[in-house]
Design a protein around this ligand. Structure first.
Ligand code: COA
Ligand code: MG
Length: 296
């Protein structure tokens, strides 16, 4: 379960050196938009060195139809990244094509078969929005779905993607919601997109809180200062856990009941499922924290 994915430009040794120490659940070494074409060969080398031996490092390759993706993969797959972030996916077919390529590269580079996950950015191209249900059952490697507004607005020729109040304009709200629905349909986590104003801590906190409220389970970050806020937003609070435990206890005490009342509110099966999910997530986070404590 990954709450925060921190993007790091693959050509920046300085940022790569910092990335591991900021508490991100996962790091995405980028070979795409944050790296100039001339720097890409060097970035591939740095990415491979960085990812080798880490278990939290992902790689963003170039789009599968760009002519660069294969070189990206060949250079870095020997380091066995946890997963591949796939930008500008046209549909799940691109993810399936990547999965087939990974089958071959895992065997060539002695990486355990099927372990490299795929996280598509599923809304960067206008046509992608019309086939988001294609992710259902597309590949067992699918780790989640995330979305992007920057390339989508560029493709539309739009002048802005957020309004004066900072909120997404309606085309991007739609893309965000579709990503959320597609992820739920495919039964994988939905990861909210980057908040690019990295000096605006308040704006980030409100975007992350809204994402967690809506059902996203994590968010992309572009700056170390964003990571703690994101982790917190996607971790259940002590109060969330207490309420979840009360819901589970109430259903346990009334085994035959479908709907029950708690604090003057009706609760039924979906609430019980959500409560169990909250408890499972809190337990997982606690176990992980204890594991990290033991290592120190
Ligand atoms: N990962 C690791 N370290 C980072 C970082 C990142 N994504 N972004 C910034 N840092 C480091 C900087 O190197 C700096 O450390 P230093 O003082 O030792 O050099 C420190 O954090 C503070 O950075 P700051 O000066 O506030 O920002 P900046 O002007 O150096 O960088 C960005 C701003 C936006 C260029 C930078 O955050 C970045 O490159 N983000 C990722 C971009 C990306 O990958 N985009 C693709 C996905 S949309
Ligand atoms: Mg992009």
């Amino acid at each position: 379960m990954i709450r925060s994915f921190l993007f790091v430009p693959g050509d920046s040794e300085r940022k790569l050196a910092k990335a591991g120490a900021v508490g991100a659940d996962a790091i995405i070494v980028d070979l795409e938009d944050s790296v100039a074409a001339d720097s890409r060969p060097r970035a591939r080398e740095l990415a491979r060195e960085y990812i080798e031996g880490r278990d939290d490092a992902w790689l963003r390759i170039n789009p599968v139809d760009s002519g660069e993706a294969l070189d990206d993969l060949q250079a870095v797959m020997p380091a066995a990244p946890s997963g591949i972030v796939l930008p500008k996916a046209r549909s799940a077919d691109d993810a399936a094509r990547l999965a087939t390529k990974l089958d071959e590269l895992e065997s060539r580079y002695d990486v355990s078969a099927g372990t490299t996950r795929i996280l598509p950015i599923c809304t960067e191209r206008p046509r992608a929005l019309f086939s988001l249900d294609s992710y259902v059952g597309a590949t067992p490697r699918l780790a989640g779905l995330t979305w992007g507004a920057e390339d989508l607005s560029a493709a539309l020729g739009a002048r802005a993607n957020r309004g004066e109040d900072g909120h997404w304009l309606s085309p991007y709200e739609l893309a965000r919601s579709l990503c959320l629905f597609a992820a739920a349909a495919a039964e994988v986590p939905a990861i909210d997109t980057v908040y690019t104003d990295f000096r605006d801590a308040e704006g980030l906190a409100s975007f992350a809180a809204r994402a967690a409220r809506d059902g996203f389970t994590g968010m992309l970050a572009i700056h170390p200062a964003q990571v703690a806020t994101i982790n917190e937003a996607f971790s259940p609070s002590a109060e969330d856990v207490r309420r979840a435990e009360r819901i589970v206890a109430l259903f346990r005490a009334h085994p035959g009941a479908g709907a029950l009342a708690l604090d003057g509110e009706m609760i039924d099966k979906p609430h019980l499922a959500q409560a169990r999910r909250t408890i499972a997530l809190a337990t997982k986070l606690k176990t992980r924290q204890q594991g990290q404590g033991d290592q120190q």
